[in-house]
Write a protein that binds this ligand. Sequence first.
Ligand SMILES: NC(=O)c1ccc[n+]([C@@H]2O[C@H](COP(=O)([O-])OP(=O)(O)OC[C@H]3O[C@@H](n4cnc5c(N)ncnc54)[C@H](OP(=O)(O)O)[C@@H]3O)[C@@H](O)[C@H]2O)c1
Length: 234
Amino acid sequence: MANFKGKKAIIFGGTSGIGLEIAKLLRTAKAEVVTVSRRGPISDENEGMQNEIADVQDRKALELLFEKHSGFDFLVNAATGGPRAVGPFLDMDLDGFQGSFAKLWGYVNSVRLGAPHMAKDGAIVLLSGYPARKPRPGALAIGTVGNAVEGFIRLAAAEIKPLRINGVCPGLIDTPMFAMEGEARENHFSSTTKDHLIPRVGKPEEVAAAAIFLLENAFVTGTIVDVDGGAILS
Ligand SMILES: NC(=O)c1ccc[n+]([C@@H]2O[C@H](COP(=O)([O-])OP(=O)(O)OC[C@H]3O[C@@H](n4cnc5c(N)ncnc54)[C@H](OP(=O)(O)O)[C@@H]3O)[C@@H](O)[C@H]2O)c1
């Protein structure tokens, strides 16, 4: 079990899904946790954390946020960042495709503006997604964004050292990112994952555990950990 006593973590998207589970694990490991989202907490699971309101696209707000928490140790960005385009590429609205890059810009904003405020032995974790390396019908836009996120991580690692930066690449994970409910939700998860090596939807805490590993292990930088139930190999 990690012990992050004395460490301060800022978790973008720390009020839902994967980011929320990372925030909770960090609290359990005794870190001071600051979440950042547009709406603030949507459940009582963020109790015991500082919960800031900001949009990752608002650079001025991020500057103020990082100044306020200057000297922090960990930056995690799990914010979805904006709308995403799904569907067949040849029918895709190109503004929608371009708009899917809101996720990348949110990540880039937070690393560019946050890194100068971090402790020298600090660490950053970003989230990509398995469509980056597993062609899936309808997922070309988000897959392209995922590749951009993974490339950014590898290339930024050399620029921001001794800070470390790594990524987690989730498979299909059961989070509020998917709006459907009940049987439709179950059917979506089971039909999408039926050919994966581990044929089930993942849990956000399974992804969060990988983020904690990457924050804790001081010998890892510029890499991506896949937590995808073998989706990429299926
Ligand atoms: N779930 C999956 O199957 C899956 C698979 C592969 C990759 N991923 C990636 O994993 C990451 C986390 O996804 P998730 O499933 O945990 O999503 P989620 O449950 O929808 O949570 C998204 C979080 O991001 C915050 N957020 C979104 N846009 C924001 C913005 N512009 N500024 C600040 N905060 C913002 C949301 O809060 P507010 O709405 O209040 O701002 C919320 O806290 C994302 O990058 C996603 O692409 C997820």
